[in-house]
Write a protein that binds this ligand. Structure first.
Ligand SMILES: Cc1cc2nc3c(=O)[nH]c(=O)nc-3n(C[C@H](O)[C@H](O)[C@H](O)COP(=O)(O)OP(=O)(O)OC[C@H]3O[C@@H](n4cnc5c(N)ncnc54)[C@H](O)[C@@H]3O)c2cc1C
Length: 499
C-alpha cells in the first residue's frame, strides 16, 4: 500500500494548482483524474489542424501585480505563460443590438470610466460611484489578498445585496445597467441573484487587464506537467476514489481506488463539483443539514459552444478579439433558462496564430442551461437520439444567422467545424450538469470550501470561492494554505512575491 501526504481529486486548474502548491511545500502528492488526461476544462482539442480552446479563452489578472500573475509566480510557472493583452479598446466590445449601440471596453478603471462617461455623459456620477464601490469591495476582501487569505463566510454588506439592486440604485438607464452587468457571462449568474460583492470580486481583474494566453489552456497544462515531474507528483488518470476506509476519530485512513489500488494519506482535497464530493463521502457521516445545503446548490449557466474556422487569409474584422452580443439590455433575461428570445453570444478570436495551426479558429459561446437538454440527459456521447441531433443543428443554424446579421462579411468566410452542448461539457468534464462555472453562486449562499465533515478531507475548486480560472486557483491557494500551514505558506509567498 502506498503512502502519500496528500491526495488531490480532480485535475482541472484547481487540482493542478493544489497539487503543485502542496508538492512545492515538500508534501508527497497523488493526483487523481477521472478522465483520460489531466487539465479538466483547460484542455484544447484540434479540428482541421486548428487548436480550439473549450473552457479557457481569456482572463484578467495577468498584468504585473495582478492576482493571477502573482499566483503563477508563487507556483514558479509565470515564465511559461505568455499573455497577449487586449490593450486596444476595440479588441473587447459589447454590442447591445436592441439599441444599435457598440461599446469598446478599454483596460484600466480610469480608462473605462472615461470611455463609459463619453458614451453616457449624463451618467458620469453613477459610473464613478459604481467603480468606487467595486474597488471598495475588493480592498476589503481577504480572499483577494494572497498574504491574508482566509476561509471566511460572506461578510461584507455588499455580500447581501444583489448587483441588480445596486445598479438600480445608481441609475435608471437600463442600457448602462446592461453594460455594467455584461461580465455576468463570465460567471453565469443573473444580476438579480448575484451579490454585488462577488460580481465586484469577479470583475476587478477584468477591469484591470484582459489577456488571452499563447497556446491557450494547454499552455497551463504543459507548465504544470513540467513542474509535476520536477516535484515528483504522481498522477493517475481514469482513477476515482470508490471507498473511504479505516475511519477513526472522524479521519479517513485508507482510500480505495477503482483501479484496485489502496492508498494511505494524511489529507485528501476534492476539487470537483460539490454534488460529486458528497457522492464520494460515506452517508453515515453526513448530517441531513449538510446534505440539504449541498442539494440546494443550483447550476450556473453553461454554454452551447460552436467552433468555426476562418477559411480566408483575409479577416474582414481583424481587430475584434472578444465581441459580446446582447440582444436585450436586461441581462437577467439573457441568463434565464426559460428566456426564449434571441440569446446572447460571446465570440472569441484569439489574437495570435498558433504555430501548428492551418487557419484561424473562432469560438462562439451561447448561454445555455441544463433545462435546455434535460430531455436527453440520460444519453451519452456517440449515442444521442435523433431529436438531440436536430436540436443541435437548429441551435447551430440560429447562432450562424445571429453572427451573420452583425458580421455579414463572415457569411462566406466561416466554416463551422464543431459544436457542443451542455451534455458534451458534462460528459467530457465529468461534471453533474455541464454548467460552465460549477454551482450558481447566489447572494448570501455559503459555498463548500475548506474542511468537510470528515476532518482530513477538504473542498476547493471553482464552486468553492469564485469561478473562472482565477477563482478556481484562489480556492486552491486558500485551502492549500490551511493544509500546509500559515507559516510554511508564508515562506513560499515571501520567496515568490517581493512587492
Ligand atoms: C465553455 C466554457 C468557457 C469558459 N471560458 C472561460 C474563460 O475564458 N476564462 C476563465 O477564466 N474561465 C472560463 N471558464 C470557466 C473555467 O473553465 C472554470 O472556472 C475552471 O477551469 C474550473 O476549474 P476546476 O479545476 O475547478 O474544474 P474542472 O476544470 O471542471 O476540473 C475538474 C476535474 O475533475 C475531474 N473529476 C470529476 N469528478 C472526478 C472524480 N470523482 N474523481 C477524479 N476526478 C474527477 C474532471 O474530469 C475534471 O478534469 C469557461 C468554462 C466553460 C465550460
Amino acid at each position: 500500500m502506498k503512502k502519500y501526504d496528500d491526495i488531490v481529486v480532480g485535475s482541472g486548474i484547481s487540482g493542478m494548482t493544489m497539487s503543485l502548491l502542496l508538492s512545492m511545500n515538500g508534501h508527497s502528492v497523488l493526483l487523481l483524474e477521472k478522465g483520460p488526461h489531466i487539465g479538466g476544462s483547460l484542455a484544447r482539442f484540434s479540428k482541421r489542424g486548428i487548436p480550439f480552446d473549450t473552457g479557457f479563452h481569456f482572463t484578467g489578472g495577468l498584468h504585473s501585480g495582478g492576482i493571477l500573475a502573482d499566483i503563477l509566480s508563487i507556483l514558479d510557472i509565470r515564465d511559461s505563460i505568455e499573455p497577449v493583452f487586449l490593450s486596444d479598446p476595440s479588441e473587447n466590445q459589447f454590442i447591445f443590438e436592441s439599441h444599435g449601440r457598440r461599446f469598446e471596453h478599454p483596460i484600466g478603471i480610469e480608462n473605462i470610466k472615461k470611455k463609459f462617461g463619453e458614451y453616457f455623459p449624463s451618467e458620469a456620477g453613477a459610473i464613478e460611484r459604481y467603480f468606487d464601490k467595486v474597488k471598495s469591495v475588493c480592498s476589503r476582501t481577504p480572499s483577494l489578498n494572497l498574504h491574508a487569505n482566509t476561509i471566511a463566510p460572506p461578510s461584507l454588506d455588499e455580500d447581501y445585496v444583489t448587483l441588480d439592486e445596486v445598479l438600480k440604485g445608481l441609475t435608471s438607464n437600463t442600457l448602462l445597467r446592461g453594460l455594467l452587468s455584461g461580465y455576468a457571462m463570465c460567471y453565469g449568474v443573473r444580476p438579480d441573484e448575484m451579490s454585488f460583492a462577488n460580481h465586484s470580486r469577479m470583475c476587478l481583474s477584468f477591469y484591470e487587464s484582459i489577456a488571452c494566453v499563447k497556446g491557450g489552456g494547454d499552455a497551463f497544462i504543459k507548465a504544470f506537467e513540467r513542474k509535476f515531474k520536477e516535484y515528483g507528483v504522481d498522477i493517475r488518470c481514469g482513477a476515482v476514489i470508490t471507498e473511504l476506509a479505516d475511519i477513526n476519530d472522524g479521519k479517513v485512513g485508507r482510500f480505495i481506488l477503482n483501479t484496485g489500488e489502496e492508498v494511505v494519506a494524511d489529507t485528501c482535497v476534492f476539487t470537483i463539483h460539490p454534488k460529486e464530493i458528497v457522492n464520494c463521502l460515506p452517508q453515515k457521516y453526513l448530517s441531513k443539514a449538510f446534505v440539504d445545503r449541498i442539494s440546494s446548490f443550483e447550476s450556473s449557466a453553461g454554454f452551447f459552444s460552436v467552433f468555426a474556422a476562418l477559411n480566408s487569409d483575409e479577416d474582414p474584422y481583424p481587430g475584434e478579439t472578444i465581441v459580446s452580443l446582447f440582444p436585450d439590455d436586461d441581462v437577467n433575461k439573457l441568463l434565464d433558462p426559460h428566456y426564449n428570445g434571441r440569446q446572447a453570444l460571446v465570440i472569441i478570436k484569439p489574437p495570435y496564430q498558433a504555430e501548428s495551426s492551418s487557419g484561424k479558429g473562432i469560438c462562439i459561446l451561447e448561454p445555455s442551461f441544463p433545462e435546455h437538454v434535460s430531455a436527453w440527459s440520460s444519453s451519452h456521447r456517440g449515442q444521442r437520439p435523433q431529436e438531440y441531433i436536430e436540436y443541435k443543428k437548429a441551435r447551430i443554424e440560429a447562432i450562424k444567422e445571429h453572427i451573420f446579421s452583425v458580421f455579414p462579411a463572415y457569411r462566406e468566410r466561416l466554416d463551422f467545424v464543431d459544436a457542443g452542448s451542455l451534455l458534451t461539457t458534462r460528459d467530457y468534464l465529468n461534471s453533474p450538469d455541464g454548467s460552465a462555472y460549477g454551482i450558481k453562486q447566489k447572494m448570501g449562499q455559503y459555498n463548500l470550501i475548506g474542511k468537510l465533515p470528515l476532518h482530513n478531507l477538504y473542498a476547493a475548486g471553482q464552486s468553492a470561492l469564485l469561478p473562472g480560472i482565477i477563482g478556481a486557483m484562489m480556492s486552491s491557494m486558500i485551502v492549500g494554505r490551511a493544509v500546509v500551514g500559515k507559516e510554511q505558506f508564508g515562506k513560499l509567498l515571501g520567496r515568490a512575491l517581493c512587492h
